[in-house]
Design a binder for this molecule. Sequence first.
Ligand code: SAM
Length: 325
Amino acid sequence: MLIDRFGRRITYLRISVTDRCNLRCVYCLPASGVEWIAREEILRVEEIAEVVRVGVALGLTRVRLTGGEPLVREGVVELVRLLSAIPQLEDLSLTTNGVLLARRAEALARAGLRRANISLDTLLANRFSRITRFGSIGDVRAGIEAALDAGLHPVKLNVVVMRGVNDDEIVELGRLAVDRPLHVRFIELMPIGDYFARERLVPSEEILARLSALGELRPFDGPVGCGPARAYTWAGARGSVGIIGAVTQAFCARCNRLRLTATGQLRPCLDQESAVDLLPALRPAVDRERLAHLIRDAVAAKPEQHTMAQREVGSPRLCMAGVGG
Ligand code: SAM
């Protein structure tokens, strides 16, 4: 079992399978873009699977694939196949911007993917293109339908709420969970990169109050309620809404996760630059014992809490690319 210094049991690994992305969301990547990491520095699919096998033997039970954009990574379906073959891995999910999902959902589901989170910050086509800098909302909507058709369950939508940008759509986005079997997760804007400004942050209590316009909210306790989101639903609704108050309602006391970057750095906390380098245990040859030691080192290095609530400006780290947000 993996237990950190504060008694938290670590069971969840978020894996960034690539730093590359086919969108440039304003809150995630700078307009100028970033220099992508050379391919040979990115972990190979088999190397990622090895980290998960060792992690699972130590006590990890859940894995989420993210990025960058995981669906631009060649071999992502193969990776899902390798991971879903690990018997003790109880949950395998993916976070995607959905642009390529219509083409991939069926193959991913067949390879063993259970569920997906799809990022969608607006229902308005022009606004979508402004937030993502050049994405097309039609691709994402088609991706959502493909995920439902492929039997991925639950399908969650991630909405980053920004005051003056998309907060006027909270109710309309929430309504998706009334009419469709979708689980909409509203995420507080985190202080990452130079887009962040405190005025843009809409606190979770305010998001919740606005969602009450659709009727009396009742706690939702379905299979999707196990993450950091506080989840709710309405009588007769087909899905649920949830609030991830990463900044104002830090869930550090319940944090059960580690993050593996695309280059093999195991980060104890999203908010921390420091990481444990797994590469020496992966190249030139896999050393499973050393890998296990390094995973334990990362667990031991988990801080008690992040410091995002105190921050007035975004952390200097440029973007989420390769970190696995
Ligand atoms: N490309 C995939 C996607 O768009 O979902 C996966 C990677 S993305 C970094 C993972 C999640 O992090 C997305 O839901 C995105 O909206 C969220 N995210 C990125 N930057 C954020 C920020 N500054 N504050 C809150 N959420 C953020």
